[in-house]
Ligand binder design. Structure first.
Ligand code: DC
Length: 210
């Protein structure tokens, strides 16, 4: 089963790339950031951690205690809340297990921070996206219609620092990841570059299996 791992910092384009790849290859798309966001939402609603049950349905929607919360997870409060809960070992353990169960025996494109390093260390293709904080802040502000670019930039830098310095599974490219800088590239360029890479890898795999 083919596994494609996409990692990178906040607003680096992982979701747009992952969505396009999943559609192209007909694989399930798994957005692991949404799982951390859903945990943060549960805690913000006053639930204790052991009352928070995260699942994903076959359409890739994220459920919090059986309630589809996928569309309400992208808020500034949950940006920071998810990055905070993601430092807790018990949360990571729970979600990594869920992500590995989802990927078992299935072709997936999975995006996050630790997919190539921890969740799917044997993924067929590992991509690590990079872009400057300024470029990422511009993209985030425009997709969320946020006028205050400076504030968006500060929030991105706070989250980068937390995600990169946490004790467990800090954001890092896997040693065998292909690093793609996206500052001066369109989404279409990045998508075709990665499709070519995946096809080459899968083809090489076929040849080796003969
Ligand atoms: O990709 P995102 O912005 O939706 O992720 C939200 C937060 O969740 C991110 O700041 C860090 C955390 N996260 C993580 O620690 N590991 C992952 N695999 C995905 C997200």
């Amino acid at each position: 089963m083919t596994h494609i791992a996409i990692d990178g910092p906040a607003a680096s384009g992982k979701t747009s790339l992952g969505h396009a790849l999943a559609q192209h290859f007909g694989f399930l798309f798994v957005e692991t950031g949404k799982m951390y966001r859903a945990v943060a939402l549960g805690l913000n609603r006053g639930l204790a951690l052991d009352e928070v049950h995260i699942t994903m349905n076959d359409a890739g929607r994220i459920l919090l205690n059986n309630d589809d919360v996928s569309d309400i997870l992208h808020t500034p409060i949950l940006d920071q809340g998810s990055s905070r809960v993601a430092t807790r070992p018990e949360v990571r353990q729970l979600l990594v297990r869920l992500q590995q169960e989802i990927a078992a025996g299935r072709a997936v494109v999975m995006e996050g921070r630790d997919i190539g390093t921890v969740v799917l260390p044997h993924a067929d293709v590992k991509i690590f996206l990079q872009a400057s904080p300024e470029e990422r802040a511009r993209r985030r502000a425009s997709e969320r219609h946020q006028a205050e670019l400076d504030k968006t930039l500060r929030e991105i830098i706070t989250r980068d620092t937390r995600d990169q310095t946490r004790a467990i599974a800090p954001l890092n490219p896997a040693s065998d990841a292909t690093i793609i800088r996206t500052d001066n590239k369109s989404l279409a360029e990045v998508v075709s570059e990665v499709i070519a890479l995946v096809e080459e890898r899968l083809h090489t795999g076929d040849e080796a299996a003969k």
